[in-house]
Design a protein around this ligand. Structure first.
Ligand code: SAH
Length: 355
């Protein structure tokens, strides 16, 4: 698929054509990663952040946020919950906190690996090689770092503290791969200022980066952010501006699946926020094969408000799990067992590339 074909798909409105897109993505998903839906337990262990990303509700400039950091015991407890519920992976996510005790996190990773036995995914932003390496040696398996948008000018406007623009993300992703991590990235869909051309280029970039995991969810406006306040200044003409809609999200999931057949692709919480009833199921039916239920203690969830009205914010991990199982069964799929690594990564690992 070339850039022009991707743009046409992104602009497609004919129901019959869209149905073809969903069906072919669903078929490619079934052929490459099968019927299993893997569950990843998400632990939002701290909202402390030093960056000023214009879209994100927990960015350093938002003084309304009460900041927290979970203790090691609390993180281990959440990981234990994930294991009890049968998940193969725990995802440790936080703001980008320069003052984070990187050894504390290494110890925590080690303990999760040794005593709980789950795959560990990190989602903590940009760090130096030594730090990524420390966590890898501690046992971390995967790293998620979205590049958010590959349009360098827009990236710089959205990340005022970035020195090198989006190259900082591509450099970090290359480094993570070199260190042997299973690597994920992705973008937000419908960011104010995002054009169809740039989103098509982002999709091609997923392929070029040979990503093992691709996370793409709709941008959701947060009123206490610079972008939330200045949205009009960022928006392009209606013809050019990608809308932050549910349908656009399905298109991106489907195209990501066609371009990267073996990647693990989640139906994201942001998508479920736009459509709490059916968003996840529909995402799973047009290319996605992963869901990330939240296992963060409920008392912290309100404080991890990267965007407002996040889906399932008050549900306990157990309730979330029961609901998720029903949803997965309702579409004729089943919950995967084991770690659920991407087949592409396993092939690379077998050949010793990047390890
Ligand atoms: N600090 C980590 C984790 C960030 S939260 C990091 O920098 O990687 C994970 C993702 O949430 C971000 O990568 C971003 O794509 C998404 N996100 C942030 N604000 C959002 C918003 N307002 N709407 C939708 N998604 C958002």
């Amino acid at each position: 698929m070339n850039r022009q074909e991707i743009i046409s798909c992104l602009k497609q409105t004919e129901p019959a054509e869209l149905k073809k897109l969903w069906d072919s993505a669903d078929r490619v998903r079934a052929e490459n990663v099968g019927q299993a839906v893997h569950l990843r337990g998400l632990v939002e262990f701290s909202n402390i952040c030093g960056r000023k990303c214009r879209y994100c509700g927990i960015n350093a400039a938002n003084t309304k946020v009460r900041r927290y950091q979970m203790s090691k015991a609390e993180i281990l407890d959440s990981a234990q919950t994930a294991r009890k519920l049968g998940y193969g992976t725990v995802v440790l996510q936080s703001g980008e906190n320069r003052k984070l005790d990187v050894y504390f996190l290494a110890e925590t990773i080690k303990e999760i690996k040794q005593t709980i036995g789950l795959a560990v995914t990190l989602s903590l932003g940009q760090w130096d090689r030594e730090v990524y390496q420390l966590w890898k040696h501690a046992g971390a398996d995967r790293f998620l770092l979205r590049f958010e948008t590959g349009d360098d000018e827009l990236y710089r406007r959205l990340h005022p503290d970035s020195k090198t623009g989006v190259a900082e993300r591509f450099d970090a992703l290359r480094l993570l791969k070199e260190l042997g991590y299973e690597v994920g990235s992705g973008v937000m869909i419908g960011l104010p200022g995002q054009s169809y051309q740039s989103l098509a280029d982002d999709l091609l970039k997923f392929k070029q980066l040979e990503l093992d995991m691709i996370g793409a969810g709709p941008y959701i406006k947060h009123q206490d952010t610079q972008l939330g306040k200045d949205i009009e200044k960022f928006l392009l003409d209606a013809k050019e501006q990608v809308p932050a809609t549910e349908e656009m999200t399905y298109k991106v999931i489907a195209l990501a699946r066609l371009l990267c057949p073996q990647a693990n692709i989640p139906a994201t919480t942001a998508l479920a926020t736009l459509n709490p009833k059916q968003g996840r199921e529909q995402g799973l039916c047009c290319g996605a094969n992963i869901v990330m239920p939240n296992v963060t203690p409920v008392k912290y969830r309100q404080m991890y408000e990267i965007y407002p009205a996040k889906a399932c914010i008050a549900e306990s991990a157990e309730t979330c799990n029961a609901c998720m199982l029903k949803r997965i069964e309702s579409i004729g799929r089943y919950v995967g067992s084991g770690r659920g690594d991407s087949p592409g990564f396993l092939n690379r690992a077998q050949m010793g590339v990047g390890l």
